[in-house]
Design a protein around this ligand. Structure first.
Ligand code: 3PG
Length: 308
């Protein structure tokens, strides 16, 4: 019987990416059902109930939702971070979970610079700004996005340092990046700290008062990763105490208004999470997800499985 795949995206892909996904499944003779812009969990539960595979973005696949997915064999997060999927519940139900690492990394990295420039040029108000050239950027976690950030930072003439206990120092050096031996050192020495941590129990609220208080005079913290990796209360305290610091994010704090009202001109948040919202990233991640599903069913290919 033909496989049935659900594309469930609260934040829809660009139309060209949806077309490209359709093409992959047409060729495989799979049925594709699209649920986008949905507003309730119930809609997702209903749509997922009889499909063999699902593609999501930041859409939450909780144990409750997975419970209603009676035929589901594979869930692919078209993107990098899979903190939106209950891996334990998926594994218990023998559902393979994959992500599509690297596919939207350049888009996120470019946005990090969009945010940095906005802060450096004081919100494009005409006030005296500063330049990125000659400044030090500290990359926290040197994965796919971190690497793209380093590549772009080179073009800006920045000094690049990075901290990642899971990446060999030589690998960073090959990219012209100076590895530092502790996260504290990274925060102490950076004019811009760019966070690229995945959200997991070990990283949740790990950017705390102790770390933030080490930031250089006039430094900017850039968060295109996840809001939850920062201790929001600590961030609020440090921005109150240190009026020289700036914060910009694609993942606004939960109390966004309080930050915007208290630190006008020193904080900036995108209207909604949009790091990966480019035509190119949507095409890359969408096509990769669709192909991974076909390869899984047709060839038993489990590359990119994250719940092993
Ligand atoms: C990711 O983890 O790939 C990014 O955060 C993008 O998330 P999105 O698909 O919800 O835009």
């Amino acid at each position: 019987m033909a496989k049935k795949v659900l594309l469930a995206t609260k934040k829809p892909f660009a139309p060209s990416a949806v077309d490209a996904i359709k093409k992959v499944f047409n060729e495989a003779k799979y049925e594709l059902v699209i649920l986008d812009n949905y507003t309730s969990e119930e809609e997702l539960k209903k749509a997922i109930s009889d499909v063999d595979a699902v593609i999501v973005r930041s859409d939450k696949l909780t144990s409750d939702i997975l419970e209603s997915a009676k035929n589901l064999k594979i869930a692919v997060r078209a993107g990098a971070g899979y903190d939106n999927i209950d891996l334990k519940a998926a594994t218990a139900k023998n559902i393979v979970v994959m992500n599509t690492p690297g596919q939207n990394s350049n888009a996120v990295a470019e946005l990090a610079f969009g945010l940095m420039l906005y802060i450096a040029r004081r919100g494009y108000t005409g006030k005296d700004g500063t330049e990125l050239r000659g400044k030090t950027i500290g990359i926290q976690a040197y994965g796919y996005v971190g690497r793209y950030v380093a590549m772009i930072a080179r073009g800006f003439g920045m000094k690049i340092i990075a901290f990642d206990p899971f990446v060999a120092a030589d690998k960073m050096k090959e990219d012209g990046v100076e590895p530092v031996s502790s996260v504290e050192e990274l925060y102490k020495n950076s004019d811009y700290v760019s966070i690229h941590l995945p959200l997991m129990p070990q990283t949740e609220k790990s950017v705390n008062y102790k770390l933030l208080s080490l930031m250089k005079k006039g430094a900017t913290l850039v968060n295109t990763a996840r809001a939850e990796v920062i201790n929001e209360e600590d961030l609020f305290t440090i921005l109150t105490e240190r009026t020289d610091l700036f914060y910009c994010a694609d993942v606004a704090p939960s109390d966004r208004k309080k930050f915007e009202e208290s630190f006008a001109g020193r904080v900036f948040f995108t209207a909604k999470k949009m790091g990966a919202q480019t035509v190119e990233a949507n095409n890359n991640a969408g096509i990769a997800a669709a192909k991974q599903i076909v390869n899984f069913f047709e060839k038993g290919d489990k590359t990119f499985q994250v719940n092993k």
